[in-house]
Design a protein around this ligand. Sequence first.
Ligand code: ADP
Length: 965
Amino acid sequence: MRYAYWARTRIGRLLTVLLALLVYCLLLTVDGLRFFPQQIVDSSSLFTLWLRFGFSALAALLFLAVGTLVWLYARNRRVALFLFCFSCTMMITFAVETGAASNDSLLSVVGSISGVLSLSLFALLLLLFPKNYFSFGSSSHVVSGGELQSGQQYYSTLLLRGYVATLIFLSIIAELYSILRYLSPSQVPDWLDTVDSSYYVLALIGILITIIASYRRISSLRQRQQQRFFVSGVILAFVPLLLLTLLPLLLGFPEYSVDGQVTTITLGFLPLALGYTILRYQVLVFDMYIRRSVAWLIGSVGLVILGYGVFICGSLLFAHQPFAWVIFGLVAMGVLAPCVWILAKSITDRLFFTEMLHYQRLIEQPDALANETFDLNKASQLITLAAVNLFETQEVCLFVLDEDTGYYHPCPPLVEGENSHDEARCRLVQRLSQYTASAEAVQTGPSWITGNAVIVRPVASAPRPLLLSEAIRPDEELPRGLSRYLATTGPLDSRDPLLAPVRFQGKMIGMLVLGERGDHQQYAGPDFEALHLLFTRFSSVLQTACLYAQVNQHVTILDKLYSTNAVPIHDFETMDQAPMAYARIAADAVSCDASIWLYEEKEKRLRRFAFIGTGPRLVQQDVLTPSQEEDWLPWFYEGDSSQIWQGTSKGIPPCLPQASSFPFVWLPLNSGDQHLGLLILTYSRPHHFSREEQRVLGMFATQCVAALENVRMTLALRAAYERQKELDRLKDEFITTTSHELRTPLTAVQGYLELLASYHSTMEASMLDNFLAKASRGCEELALMVGNITDASRVQVDVKTMTLNVISLSESVQHVLEIIEAGARREQRTIQAAIPADLFVVADKIRLRQILLNLLSNALKYSPAGSDIEIAVDMNEEEVTLRVRDYGLGIPLAEQERLFERFVRLERDMNSPARGAGLGLYISKQLVEAMGGRIWVESTGMPDEGSTFIFTLQRSTAQKPALVS
Ligand code: ADP
């Protein structure tokens, strides 16, 4: 499929190549047929003939191959066309060479015409490459530098056109001359010979001048490099011919002159050098591979020349001593061959690849060493600056991997805004953003790139840096075959950014994005090599800085988490405040949302007590019911989208209703086997939990457990202490009021007794009775009060020895009503009691009467004289509820609970005539509960609405008194 796509896009070029190949085959066939003799000759001369033929065919093929390569792939189509034509003419020249050499007139004409043509094509090619002289004419290159400059350009263009026209004209004549010379030598006029020679002279001079002029005019390092490569290639192609064939002839040693057929083998370097020069900045393989192969080539040529030189010297010096000759040869080769090999390598580097040396010098500047730093931003700046220097571009942006999120973020961070110096970088990131935008990036940072982004994955897996256009290419358009190593997308887009992975020990830790090169050329092999050098030099600096930043971050998190020690536990007034404080610490330390849940043992569920943050909640409702053991294990969930992260646990705690789309941490707060609660951290950005972080968070959870227990104990202690204080206060109050309360009836009794002692003889009988009755009532009152006081201290002991029987409720109520009847009548009250006679309860008879007496005497005491008192009952199968209602001042809601505690009296009753010790209700409550019931009060607290004291007792349906417990 991909090959078909490739072929479709290049169908025209392929057809041309096919045609050239056909011509090649045809010419070779004709050449072979004409060249090889019909009669059988001896095998050695046949071998020589084949050698000559083979060499020509190979040279022709080499030209054709290079021409084809350039024709198929070169971006500069005009250069490609000229080189292809030049290669074709050279191919024809070589293809017919053997035939022409054996004086076959037709082949000689063909060879001669193509030779003439190839020279002019070569001269024209040099006018286009590496410097394009024809672009002078185009308006875009006319620099506004005054009339003088444009005048000069005008003359240059004129001269150039004149040169080209003359060259073409002369070449046509030279071709005519070749045809005439071979087809009818007798008719060739002499002047044609002169024109032919002048054509060659003009073409050669033109070529030389163009090369020199180009070299002088070239401003960019790249063009100079291309020129140097090309010239060196040409020299290398001709050196063996000059040194091995021509030089011995010139020096008068024709016997040592190597056959031209052999020494022109290196002519094959000419197309290679030419092709490589044109394609060099389209070649997308590391420059070092090319350098290595060129070094090998040069080394091999050098060794051959050396070997031949040694051979000649040996023959001259030791002509008649074959043994010495061999020794000399071996020693000379042994000493000189390594030198030649090393020399070849250094010549290759210095002559052909000075660009690389230049890069090396820039990268290894000594001040870079002084600037090495642990600071991530500065380390990134170091790399960015080095890249700026190397490629003379301002558009350099280094993205560094953030281990926490798996995202790549620009480092140093981008400074956006009007006065920003970062404009070039912002522009570059903007260009990338259309391929990298992701919803999650909004939470991490607008220019952050996810590790899964379209452009990052191919960059991470490619063996070399990729151009943006390559990284975003869909699979079916991926280049195949040779196209993988040649940038063939045309027209030339120098703005295509380069994306280079920064690796440390095989792991990608960053991505360097380079915008347009300073010289507006496209990135290619030499740049890859330069980047390789750059990363070899600086990736360890970046890695160290990354690790340092990571450690710093962990230290900050640890610092914040351990600030829990500073939380003022003693200031908490309720249990809810502790989760809030710890959730806040966690959220602040880890920069996420945090919630703390406390476990309610009775209901067996977790209730949310604190949530800090604005992000989405893992659980919407405030209650969670953990059901399985796994719910009480820690979970670190990295979200569904985290495909690049390894070791991700895909599971979630079973009690969660659904899987989460964002990462979260689930940390149960357990103290031994006891479950205290749960800490949940939720991240609205992608997050990767390192082992270290998991450990730190686990430790924080343990600390939370200790803290929560501390708070719980502190609060319990404080409550106990408060209660104790309150009891002390009440006791003091009790002593004061009781002594006062006891004194009142005592004083009355004492008074009456004194009166009786003084006046009993003179006193009327009725008065005497009255005084005695009053004294006796005072004593009764004293007895009740003292009884209550002793009861209060005894009641807890008594309840254990209580005897519960089935008793009639109406009887008990009746009994108590009789006791208070006199008082009620005195105050003109009506006591309504509606109690079924067949209602039986399980109770202690005496104690039930005591309870009823307490409640009814309170109703009498705390309601105005004349107001009614009601006694009512409700019942169901199990319980009987008895209500004592009065229409007094009522009891405020806030006080209702407290009334049943020891010594508690309402403030308003402390100084009222109603006497009491605050023990009646306390005793009643103890007794009711001992009998298995409950007691409480209902009151609106509004005056005149009164209050209802209610208590329940177990109902008994059996009439016979029976011992219950
Ligand atoms: P005492 O009545 O001896 O003070 P109690 O324990 O019986 O002790 O009652 C405690 C307090 O409750 C009383 O001092 C009174 O302030 C309040 N109280 C009790 N019963 C009533 C009632 N029926 N109406 C209003 N206040 C009451």
